[in-house]
Design a protein around this ligand. Sequence first.
Ligand SMILES: [Zn+2]
Length: 149
Amino acid sequence: MISARLRREIRSLYGACCGYCGVCEEDVGSALTLDHFQPVASQGQDTRENLVYCCFACNAFKGDYWPDDPNLRLESDGYLTALTPAGERQIHLLHLNRPPLIRQRFRAQERRLERRTHQELRRELEQMEHRLQRLERLFPFDDEGESSL
Ligand SMILES: [Zn+2]
């Protein structure tokens, strides 16, 4: 029996996202499940080390796919390409190219790109503000908004 406290710990450990495919609670609109990495049937324990926060689909298809798997390449459209026969088996067994997952990976990549762009723009804005402050010190304006020089 997994305690509510352990469940909360695992959920926060995985950032409320599936440890196998990366789909998040906000993507599926509900809490995810807990998966025994080593199955209970094979003496897997209810421990933090053996529990994975996991979406329903991955729990049903069960496997060992990790998002940064060297057997797989994530394409810009969210599609996973197998780089090895092992990667092909993973995609097939876990149905990793089912449309909701492709959409989810695509959206996640877009969000990362948006965050990066946002950070770059903020840095540029800060630099411009610094430049403006320097200019204002060099060329002070009076209350009428005209240069006093
Ligand atoms: Zn999943």
